[in-house]
Design a protein around this ligand. Structure first.
Ligand code: ADP
Ligand code: F6P
Length: 324
């Protein structure tokens, strides 16, 4: 155990279903291995202001099946300043926190890295519905969000089919198209637009719809990640004007961030939470937990933040082949 006696745990950035399961795993594994665990409220905001309390085994009872995060989350601009980091370090000293487990996305890990450089060791657990953390194949919350989107898309398809329309669906992903490409493939979308690729609207949107119509298709689904450089009302207008097919759009929004975490998210969060505590126990600090090639592993946090991940070429090809 070395000199570490107390683990702090926080959730930061956009919430993701499964964050509660990760908190529970850190608390239960922490106590199992003899640590005291402090829950820090509202991400780095609570670290800076010293808003935290001890979490017992029972404090995390009955949360594994709930979306959101019992610790709350926030974006904390102050933590991007030297003063903010200094206050965070001071609070760790005041409350006797020896290591902070940060559950969040790569923005949160940048904050964690700054904290580690100021002398407080950290461990990162990747949790964001966007699945856009470079070092890991999977981030907690992704599977639940995919299922939420897929359910919505199936419903939208029913009405689009009945009215013989084009349905445009905007999904989350300001920087990444993982949600769009996976749900588009799962829902048999004709067109998928992702921020990683600059679309040629005539070739990538209008032509496939017109060619599909000429082959006998009567309804079409277009999935757009929010980071694509066109608004969905604008895109829908363009499609309707160019194809003559009535087009309706839906912006799914925050429904994608909530809901009961899937089994996959609960299990992944449990595995990653326990791995974080095991790393602490083994003196492996300043690491990010990751899921790579079917295994839960860890990377040095600085190296983890340098890694990038793009949408798999195979998925893009799949979409081209199957959307005919
Ligand atoms: P996510 O963790 O989901 O990517 P954000 O990018 O919003 O979410 O980051 C969450 C929080 O992490 C920010 O509000 C801020 O407190 C902290 N953070 C983000 N980037 C940095 C940075 N470069 N330096 C220090 N802290 C950062
Ligand atoms: O959680 C990820 C995400 O949903 C991104 O897709 C989106 O860009 C962002 O969070 C929006 O979150 P907020 O409105 O809370 O800043």
């Amino acid at each position: 155990m070395g000199n570490i006696r107390t683990i702090g745990v926080l959730t930061s950035g956009g919430d993701a279903p499964g964050m509660n399961a990760a908190i529970r795993a850190v608390v239960r594994a922490g106590i199992y291995y003899g640590y005291k665990v402090m829950g820090i409220k509202r991400g780095f905001t609570g670290l800076v202001s010293g808003d935290m309390e001890e979490l017992t085994l029972r404090a995390v009872s009955g949360i594994i099946q709930h979306g959101g995060t019992m610790l709350k989350t926030s974006r904390c601009p102050e933590f991007k300043t030297k003063e903010g980091i200094f206050k965070g370090v001071s609070m760790c000293k005041i409350f006797g926190i020896d290591v902070v487990v940060v559950i969040g996305g790569d923005g949160s890990f940048r904050g964690a890295l700054d904290l580690s450089k100021a002398g407080i060791p950290v461990i990162g657990i990747p949790a964001t519905i966007d699945n856009d953390v470079g070092c890991t194949d999977y981030t907690i919350g992704f599977d639940t969000a995919l299922n939420t989107v897929s359910d919505a898309l199936d419903k939208i398809k029913d009405t689009g089919y009945s009215h013989e329309r084009v349905s445009v669906l905007e999904v989350m992903g300001r920087k990444a198209g993982h949600i769009a490409i996976n749900t588009g493939i799962a829902g048999g979308a004709e067109v998928i637009l992702i921020p990683e690729e600059t679309p040629d609207y005539e070739k990538d949107v209008i032509r496939p719809i017109l060619e599909g119509r000429n082959r006998g298709k009567t309804d079409f689904n277009v999935i757009v990640a929010e980071g694509v450089d066109i608004s969905v009302p604008e895109l829908s207008r363009m499609i309707e004007e160019s194809t003559g097919i009535t087009t309706r759009y839906t912006i799914l929004g925050y429904i994608q961030r909530g809901g009961i975490p899937t089994v996959n998210d609960r299990v992944m969060a449990s595995r990653m939470g326990v791995k974080a505590v095991k790393d602490i126990r083994e003196g492996k600090l300043n690491r990010v937990i990751a899921y790579k090639n079917g295994k839960v592993v860890d990377f040095d946090i600085e190296e983890a933040l340098k890694q990038t991940k793009s949408v798999d070429e195979e998925m893009i090809e799949l979409e081209r082949i199957l959307s005919l």
